[in-house]
Design a protein around this ligand. Structure first.
Ligand SMILES: Cc1ncc(COP(=O)(O)O)c(C=O)c1O
Length: 384
């Protein structure tokens, strides 16, 4: 019975074009991935600055693990509360301009811990409907009232805020949306905050490292709490929440995903400090990233493709789930690695190719991408 139920569900998933089986990666060489069929140019990476493949960071991280060992071997609340971790958290808080910070093994866990723990039934969480799955899961576990507003619409948010009656109100959004690639209207949100006085939580996972002065993101003027990840532009793994000291104290006492999970080791904290140094020196990479992302969008638009995105994440509209999968597979055969995002990552019938630009890409890479895309779409149209 059990196996039959799983098989039936998987079969249905396959028929709907929603089945997931990621290609196996054999290795990585800078902006290229090595697959069984050969080398492909990677447009599916969140390593926006290329730090994740840089020799400089690789050496530093290797040295840190050699020096400090491989594991913390316990939760922060048991014997894992190392001074080096707190020191690195303080440094992150200073760099990004918040009172304190708290590290987590992943961004998923950070959002889950923060959003499931902090609010009670007297709170209304008003959230952008396109927030990341980890935030959706976090708020679903909260006793707060949940009120969604249409993606990116501050007009709709305003209407929601005018109606909400709870004594505490939280607005939850991303600054650079992970799938749509569009940016939060920060001045607009500040205006609403001044009028309605809410607590603002912003996930800057895709902005930190890349956008703003020194890679400090874009939402500081409006955010009370921000979430960042090490696993994207920062080239490592794990995550951090930037927060008031009182919120950190509260999470230490009440956040189950923090209390009952082994913390990242000291070597991670020291590597995080090294990354902070690299971030301050990465203006050239940020400029490359901005320019090449603009070039990609301009070229796509000029060729008649519908591409959305305000920065280094571009969403190429495809629509049908199976077609998105086919286009991605055919591009891979031509040496281009870009994946489709399908339901439930994006709404049903609105599948996209999610293009992740990095500072390592150049104009020749973009031209190669466009040429292959044109050939694949022409082939696809001929066969549909
Ligand atoms: C907006 C956003 N928040 C959080 C996460 C989760 O971060 P992590 O991959 O570190 O779990 C992701 C990533 O995939 C994301 O896109």
């Amino acid at each position: 019975m059990f196996a039959e139920r799983l098989k039936t569900r998987l079969k249905l998933h396959r028929q709907e074009g929603l089945y997931r089986k990621p290609p196996e990666i054999l290795g990585r060489e800078g902006k290229y991935l090595i697959l069984a069929g050969g080398r492909v140019l990677n447009f599916a990476s969140n390593d926006y600055l290329g730090l994740g493949v840089s020799d400089v960071l690789r050496e530093k991280v290797a040295d840190n693990f050699r020096k400090y060992g491989s594991s913390s071997s316990s939760s922060r609340l048991v014997s894992g509360n190392y001074a080096l971790i707190s020191e690195a958290e303080k440094a992150y808080a200073r760099y990004f301009g918040y009172e304190d910070a708290l590290f987590f093994p992943s961004g998923y866990q950070a959002n889950l811990a923060l959003l499931s723990t902090l609010f009670d039934s007297g709170t209304a969480i008003v959230f952008d409907k396109h927030i990341h799955a980890s935030s959706v899961k976090g708020i679903a576990l909260s006793p707060a009232e949940l009120v969604g507003y249409n993606h990116g619409s501050l007009k709709h948010l305003k209407k929601r805020l005018e109606k909400v009656e709870k004594k505490e109100i939280v607005v939850l959004t991303e600054s650079l949306f992970s799938m749509d690639g569009d940016l939060l209207d920060v001045p607009g949100l500040i205006d609403l905050k001044n009028r309605h006085g809410f607590l603002c939580v912003v996930d800057e996972a895709h902005a930190f490292g890349c956008l703003g002065e020194g890679g400090r993101g874009v939402a500081r003027p409006v955010a009370d709490i921000a979430v960042g990840t090490f696993g994207k532009a920062l080239g490592l793994f794990g995550a951090f929440i930037l927060l008031p000291a009182l919120v950190k104290e509260y999470l230490f006492n009440f956040a189950s995903p923090l209390i009952y999970s082994t913390t990242l080791p000291e070597a991670h904290a020291v590597s995080a400090l090294d990354i902070l140094g690299l971030l301050g020196e990465s203006d050239d990479l940020r400029i490359n990233l901005r320019e090449i992302s603009k070039f990609m969008k301009t070229r796509l638009t000029a060729e008649g493709f519908s591409a959305q995105g305000d920065a280094h994440i571009l969403a190429l509209e495809i629509g049908d789930e199976q077609r998105a999968l086919d286009v991605s597979n055919h591009l891979r055969e031509k040496g281009i690695f870009v994946l489709s995002a399908r339901y439930p990552t994006v709404p049903l019938g609105k599948a996209i190719l999610r293009i992740g630009m990095t500072a390592l890409h150049d104009e020749a890479d973009v031209n190669g991408f466009i040429q292959s895309l044109k050939e694949v779409i022409k082939y696809e149209s001929g066969n549909s």
